[in-house]
Ligand binder design. Sequence first.
Ligand SMILES: [Zn+2]
Length: 471
Amino acid sequence: MATIIQNGTLVTTSEIFKADLKVDNGKISMISDKIHDDKNDTVIDATNKYILPGLIDAHAHLAIEGTLDDFESGTKAAASGGITTLINFTDPEKSQSFVEDLYDWKNKAKSSLIDYGFHSIINKCNKDVLKQIPKLVDEGVTSIKLFTAYKENMVNDEELYLLMKEAKKAGVVVNVHCENGKIIDQLIEEALENEDTDPIYHAYTRPPAAEAEATSRVLRIAEITGAPTYIVHISCEEALKEFTRAKERGVTAFGETCPQYLVLNESYLKMKKEEAVKYICSPPLRKEKDQEVLWEGIEKGTISTIGSDHASHPYIGGKEKGIDNFTKAPNGLPGIENTLLLLYNFGVIKGNITLSQLVKVTSENPAKIFGLHPKKGSLSIGSDGDLVIFDPNASNIITKETQKQRTEYNVYESMEVQGKIDHVLSRGEVIVENGEVIDNPGRGEYIYRKKFKFLKNAEQEPEKNELLSNR
Ligand SMILES: [Zn+2]
């Protein structure tokens, strides 16, 4: 039994064209002007609708301590927003090995509706830790994440160097959160001494220079080690400039930004305190000029991907703690289900990017960088039937009243948006029908991801790297 989507408009990274598409045994088996259906086939009519490859969210924090979304609710929310593959971060306990930590997380993810993988957070470095990196690769984890901020997770320059060197050897992509944590801690201390405790001081104590400095330093260490390096959530012009310079030098670097940095800005942190605390995330929301620069970065192909950075901290017992002291608010925003609609409206409709560019940064690029391609991220014969049927003519209001994520609020509350996610298919199976998620926790599969591959001669001539030259 196959599923045939008829009369739709397919969107790939290079073209947009009308065609029928057939999924057989979970894989795309045919794309043609007209595909006739058999009695047993499921037929979906997609007249006047776009068919996109399912989104890959390579940056999510489902099921971390203190948050509301576990894998069941979080992947349901993700699916309703067109996401068919998720790469979640682990959260290591100090006593565990990182492989044990991964097993814990695979257990937590058993209720996932969509396919998933993990990036292992590595928050220390010694000989034993270095030995664990190839073991993670054997487990299908071909990316790690390091931090240059947050006391509990921060690694120093020497540790960055050693971990990156090992990652390069193992074919592992190194995600890095780039902010200078030591300087930020100093600025926070000074702010609290001056009783500057309002939410806006969260932004003032994490200035763009602190992000740019760490970005530049990390990418210089990447240059020395040759490790493929993925800078998560680039939020401002200063950091993007450092990133662009490194790329121009030939460093194998990939950049990510998030919808919140493209759509929201610092003014949200200046609202009344009770409201403003909801918007505390790190790096903080920046200025409007930064938004313009980030859109430009996507348009030019400098920024490779968009991740949600979803973290579903509750308001009650969570965000509200920061009302009178911004340092007490947990960092991070919910929004896993809003990525596609936000990018379509603020990106495509406003003319900042094309629909094909949207597909590239939300699907094809994350698949290529994180060892999922061509299984994921492509409307090609043989790829998984992970599809979004998107109705550009319908409209929608983003609101907590209808969201699937469990937070009591939505940071995009009451935004009117054009477009609706009609159907979502995962390996050919309909998981969202007419906008409604079909409950089926546990159907998602763990994906063993491939090692990062430098293309031929890429190490000698990194600019030949397919992703880097693909602009
Ligand atoms: Zn994050």
